[in-house]
Design a protein around this ligand. Structure first.
Ligand code: GLN
Length: 486
């Protein structure tokens, strides 16, 4: 097996035994990036030089016997997580030349664990989108079919993991942006509970929904990354001082005693591709064979999730993005003489079409006279969605559903139709609105050879239960072992 194809846990074993060095591993990953990046376009910035230096440092630590599961492991990071001294663009023209002065909490954690950061991955501008086509830099292509989108907004991270251009990655999930690209690229992606991972240093899109999480080649790697990034951070007022369990200590003895809820509304979803529902049905059989009991549950307000999300997220975005005004940092249109003209022109030239659409939608729903009809109503719906989950979890441990209604679609297919694009988030948004954790784990392939993901959602802070179910499912199947030919 080639070094770049290793999982984190496999590579870590070899590093521990000194059979390979982090420098060899990092060079192999950088070579892999060089050979396939032209086709996949997963990265905005490749940090080859600093990565090699970090690898040297890691090798030194390993030679002293200091090795943690991420020491010397080459990973990538979505380009909206601040990295000190390394450009962080949010895939936006407005931050094209922005280099942060500090590391995000999760980056500090990764560095402390000895990980090697090979680069910053492409995404939809400010994480607004489901395909990476809204990137102000480029569109990433799905490694399984280069004419298809990789999903979004963490599409660069998912494609990079699937194409072995890093061993694991960090993304962010506001409405599905880790789980949906993971599903489309055939990798594992987890959105942790809101408050489980600090958002300090994550460029804000919708602050009550945003959460950082891992994308990985398998469930064990996902758990290893969770171990490294989870935890309390006083610098994020929504971070929760709850103990972090060892996410990797799951039992592989099947799922007996576990009850899995299957929402009846999900099967009634318009536009659900029969190949996706077929793969999910097969997954249910595997889960039952593993000893879990599957029961029907109801989430009656799911049908309002898309509408509520697309009021709440743009409202928060319109407020968060007010800071990009050409004054403090980022792009400024210097041609304009008056302050107002400078603001207008900077924001018109600096933001792409989707970001502008969201700012307009959000400003409208928050404005006086419309607030009650839109933002307040959407917040009330959000409460009902939270209650749906609370009721559902009275009769089950986890909830199972598809991640996305279809496999990856063609580049260009939905870009001129924002509403259709928004509707494809139907299965993922509710977990963000409720603040609960969810995972996407590979569960099949379409007849065209595109990956399909299974979603498992749990109660607040029950990531470990999700990982246990996902791990047992993964061990009983071999979808995660397939590799795209690029
Ligand atoms: N696709 C959703 C949106 O466009 C979710 C994005 C995300 O999770 N960052 O808002």
């Amino acid at each position: 097996m080639k070094l770049h194809e290793l999982t984190i846990h496999e590579a870590s074993d070899l590093l521990k035994k000194r059979e390979i060095s982090s420098q060899e591993l990092t060079r192999a990953v950088l070579d892999r990036i060089e050979s396939v990046e032209k086709k996949v376009d997963a990265y905005i910035t490749i940090a080859g030089e600093t990565a090699v230096k970090q690898a040297e440092l890691a090798d030194r630590e390993i030679s002293r016997g200091n090795i943690s599961p991420l020491t010397g492991i080459p990973v990538s990071v979505k380009d909206l997580i601040c990295t000190k001294g390394l450009r962080t663009t949010c895939a936006s023209k407005i931050l094209e030349n922005f280099t942060p002065q500090y590391d995000a909490f999760v980056i500090k954690k990764l560095k402390k664990a000895g990980a090697v950061i090979v680069g910053k991955t492409n995404m939809d501008e400010f994480a607004m989108g489901s395909s990476t086509e809204n990137s102000g830099m480029k569109t990433t292509r799905n490694p399984w079919d280069l004419t298809c989108i990789p999903g979004g907004s963490s599409g660069g991270s998912a494609a990079a993991v699937a194409a072995d251009m890093c061993l694991g990655s960090l993304g962010s999930d506001t409405g599905g942006s880790i789980r949906q690209p993971a599903s489309h690229c055939g990798v594992v992606g987890m959105k942790p509970t809101y408050g489980r991972v600090s958002r300090f240093g994550l460029v804000a899109f919708a602050s009550s929904l945003d959460q950082i999480g891992p994308l990985a080649k398998d469930v064990l790697d996902c758990a290893l990354l969770m171990n490294a990034i989870a935890g309390y951070d006083p610098a994020d007022s929504t971070s929760v001082p709850e103990d972090v369990p060892d996410y990797t200590s799951f039992s592989n003895k099947g799922l007996s005693g576990m009850t899995i809820g299957i929402p009846k509304e999900y099967n009634e979803t318009k536009g659900l591709d029969p190949e996706v529902s077929g793969a999910v049905k097969n997954a249910v059989k595997v889960i039952e064979d593993l000893g879990a009991k599957c029961v029907e549950i109801t989430l009656p307000h799911t049908k309002y999730a898309v509408a509520a999300y697309y009021v709440i997220a743009p409202s928060e975005a319109s407020s968060n993005l007010a800071r990009y005004d050409g004054v403090k940092y980022g792009f400024r249109d210097k041609e304009k003489n008056s302050l107002i003209d400078m603001y207008r022109s900077t924001r018109t030239k600096g933001f792409g079409a989707e970001v502008q659409r969201r700012i307009i939608l959000g400003t409208y729903s928050l404005s006086s006279g419309y607030y009650d009809a839109y933002y307040k109503k959407a917040s009330q719906v959000r409460t009902l969605i939270m209650e749906d989950f609370k009721n559902a979890f009275k009769s089950c441990d986890l909830i199972l559903s598809p991640v996305a209604p279809t496999p990856a679609f063609k580049i260009g297919e939905k870009i001129d139709d924002p509403l259709t694009m928004y509707l494809s988030d139907i299965f993922t948004l509710s977990a963000n609105l409720a603040g609960i954790p969810g995972i996407s784990v590979p569960c099949g392939f379409s007849s065209a050879g595109l990956p399909i993901g299974l979603q498992l959602i749990g109660r607040h802070f029950e990531e470990k239960k999700i990982l246990t179910a996902a791990y047992n499912f993964e061990q009983a199947t071999d979808f995660h072992k397939q590799k795209p030919e690029i």
